[in-house]
Design a protein around this ligand. Structure first.
Ligand code: NAP
Length: 334
């Protein structure tokens, strides 16, 4: 089968940073589904994993990609949730080969049925970012999905990015919060407003000293850390998804009793937590909300077929740091 992968961890402008490959198709066992991948989307984790472990060459090709939509072609003997022929979408597990391959194995407990009103490309844009925003807001930060915090304020730093694009919608439509999203350019400001942000602030300038009940930080945690005491309300909650790269001073948050919550979208699958199936449930609920018109898709660009040249283009765009919404690739070269 066709796949896109790497043997060496190279900068994206190197022609061998991502390669078109032929690899053996896997076989489904246990609770794994074998999915024929129709479309994928690209996330910053792909670029981070592409350069991680720089000095070591891979003996087997490393296949990236953690967002896909496709059709189940085989199911392991223990599968109960899906069967061959089902259209699905999922992010997958970062400790397994990724979705940049014609067929992929994925545990059915982290898979959802594809929203019926979305094309495969549009569906592929949603899983990783939705799981991240959902788990962060509702599981880690304790924001009420049923609207019990209605009218409270949230600041979303990085509102127009992949995670921000779905977080704005979850905050507005489900949690019923007053949403302030950060964006720095006319196109990203307009995108945040179109998704439901009540107002935007410009993150290319110092963040205004105003207090919010909740802060969702989808950009460098290091960069924003020292701003948090001034912009979080007493007893406020901050959600981080980007790993700090140096020690941070927790004491600056103590006077206001500010809580910090961390989200790792791959925690459940990496550690096989007993509640692994929660990701299946989030994707199923999301499919229903998309079909009901409560949430809308976040794809902004379809870069064409899934090959190394197009994936290099997508990685480059993400590394430049100003993608609005989600980039998607669809279909395989003949
Ligand atoms: N822990 C997890 O499970 C998890 C899951 C998903 C993502 N992540 C991480 O979260 C980060 C965001 O992911 P993503 O998919 O949303 O990325 P993305 O789509 O590449 O984000 C691009 C956005 O970042 C905004 N941005 C640029 N400079 C900024 C700044 N100084 N402050 C705030 N926003 C800024 C841009 O807005 P403008 O164009 O308006 O400047 C752009 O819309 C990445 O580091 C990713 O690796 C972690």
């Amino acid at each position: 089968m066709k796949a896109v992968g790497l043997y060496r961890h190279l900068p994206i402008d190197h022609p061998e940073s991502l390669l078109d490959l032929e690899v053996e198709a896997p076989v489904a066992t246990g609770r794994d589904l074998l999915v024929e991948v129709k479309a994928v989307s690209v996330n910053p984790v792909d670029a981070k994993r592409r350069i991680a472990g720089k000095d070591q060459a891979e003996t087997a090709p490393k296949i990236l990609g953690w967002d896909a939509a496709g059709v189940v072609t085989a199911a392991g003997p223990d599968c109960r949730l899906f069967k061959p022929g089902d259209a699905v979408y999922y992010a997958g597990s970062v400790i397994r080969p990724g979705s940049n391959s014609q067929w992929q194995l994925v545990d059915e407990r982290i898979v959802g049925r594809k929203p019926a009103n979305l094309a495969f490309a549009e569906a592929a844009a949603l899983p990783l970012t939705t799981l991240t925003a959902w788990e962060l807001m509702f599981d880690r930060m304790g924001i009420s999905k049923a609207g019990a915090h209605e009218g409270r304020s949230v600041l979303i730093l990085g509102g127009a990015g992949g995670v921000g694009s779905i977080a704005i919608q979850l905050a507005k439509k489900l949690a019923k919060l007053k949403v302030t999203a950060s964006a720095s350019r006319p196109v990203s400001i307009a995108w945040c407003r179109s998704l439901g942000a009540d107002e935007t602030v410009d993150h290319s300038r110092p963040i205004e000293k105003r207090e919010f009940d909740f802060i969702l930080c989808f950009h460098s945690s290091d960069h924003y850390w020292r701003s948090f005491p001034a912009i979080a309300k007493p007893q406020g909650r901050i959600g981080l998804i980007v790993r700090t790269t140096r020690p941070v001073d927790l004491a600056i948050l103590h006077d206001k009793s500010i809580a910090v919550c961390l989200e790792g979208m791959f925690t459940r699958s990496t550690f096989q937590t007993p509640d692994l199936k929660a990701q299946h449930e989030v994707l199923e609920e999301t499919a229903g909300l998309v079909e009901a018109g409560v949430l809308k898709g976040t794809m902004t660009r379809n870069l064409g077929r899934i090959d190394a040249a197009n994936l290099r283009k997508a990685h480059k765009m993400l590394e430049d740091g100003h993608v609005t919404g989600k980039l998607v690739l669809e279909g395989w070269p003949r």
